[in-house]
Design a protein around this ligand. Structure first.
Ligand SMILES: [Zn+2]
Length: 310
């Protein structure tokens, strides 16, 4: 799939297959005064993003912003090319601003959460870095509730942490369209897509449910899922809640199987039990669950660094 489609009167979508199973969608919102990209995809998508501008009849100088959901490599990969082509500003969460300008730090903090367990290899570097074009600083730091008025389309930042410690969705309250990055993660991928805060993820799912129940959302657009109705999104949220519970229960079962367990063994055995690839995102995820279980008083970290049920 490599295509541009018009989704609403004001929103166009460019799509790209990251893997044979995982699509990546990047959305263009066209206002009367200016236009904004929600994220910029991977660097190979740039020609397609320009095709989307043409299809939407948006002149390059009308693109005023890239409004980011989060700083992961597959969401910021065309920032330099797009800024050079349009002069747009880059708006993103402050917490990860360094990931936009220091790709070595992006790689180390994202892919090597526990450096002793994740070797620094050319293949891993390539996986993370090959989709990025060039460093570009963040021009605007986002906060919950800030709005960007494009003329006829006003996009409001909705804080939805969990997948990363800082992430935003973009809500146009007039049309009821909510555009998400990875606030709801891939649930049935061969990898664990990953979340860094279990409590944050649970709270963000609850917040999304409240927005839908309040009638604020009429359509949801995703980076890695097809567009969904409110009721379909409710089902996806329920699936995500079950997924979180399943990962948590699996970590607890691994801990219950031995008196004390190393992080490496919990990671390895959780992936085996869930049938997911043992890679860096799973390690970050398992560690986030251990931190969450510790905060809730269910797990302790022993002096030797191993973990045990309390
Ligand atoms: Zn992500």
């Amino acid at each position: 799939m490599s295509e541009v489609v018009q989704l609403t009167r004001t929103i166009y979508r460019a799509s790209f297959m990251l893997t044979p199973l995982i699509p990546l969608h990047v959305h263009l919102v066209r206002g009367e005064r200016c236009a904004a990209w929600i994220d910029s995809g991977v660097k190979a998508m740039f020609p397609q993003l320009m095709i989307a501008l043409k299809a939407a009849n948006v002149a390059p100088e009308k693109v005023r912003f890239i409004l980011h959901t989060h700083a992961h490599h597959d969401h910021i990969g065309c920032n330099a090319q797009m800024q050079d082509a349009t002069g747009c500003l880059i708006a993103a969460p402050a917490a990860y601003a360094a990931w936009h300008t220091d790709f070595e730090r992006h790689y180390q903090e994202f892919a090597r959460p526990v450096p002793d367990l994740i070797p620094d290899t050319p293949a891993l570097r390539d996986e993370v870095l090959s989709v990025l074009d060039a460093p570009r600083p963040v021009d605007i730091y986002l906060e919950e509730g800030v709005t960007f008025d494009l003329g006829g389309a006003v996009l409001e930042a909705i804080s939805l942490p969990g997948h990363m410690l800082a992430e935003f969705g973009w809500l146009d309250r007039a049309s009821g369209v909510l555009i998400l990055g990875d606030a709801i993660t891939g649930l049935d991928w061969p990898i664990l897509h990953g979340h860094l805060s279990v409590a944050g993820y649970r709270q963000s799912l609850a917040k999304l449910k409240r927005l839908i129940d309040a009638g604020e959302v009429r359509r949801v657009l995703f980076a890695h899922f097809p567009p969904m109705s409110p009721s379909r999104t409710r089902q996806l949220i329920a699936d995500a809640e079950r997924y979180l519970a399943e990962v948590e229960a699996t970590v607890i079962r691994v801990l219950a199987s031995q008196p004390a367990v190393t992080l490496e063994a919990i990671w390895t055995q959780t992936c085996a039990r869930l049938g997911r690839q043992r890679e860096f995102r799973a390690l970050s995820t398992v560690r986030a669950h251990l931190q969450d279980l510790q905060a809730r008083g269910l797990v302790e970290e022993l002096d030797d660094g191993r973990y045990a049920l309390r």
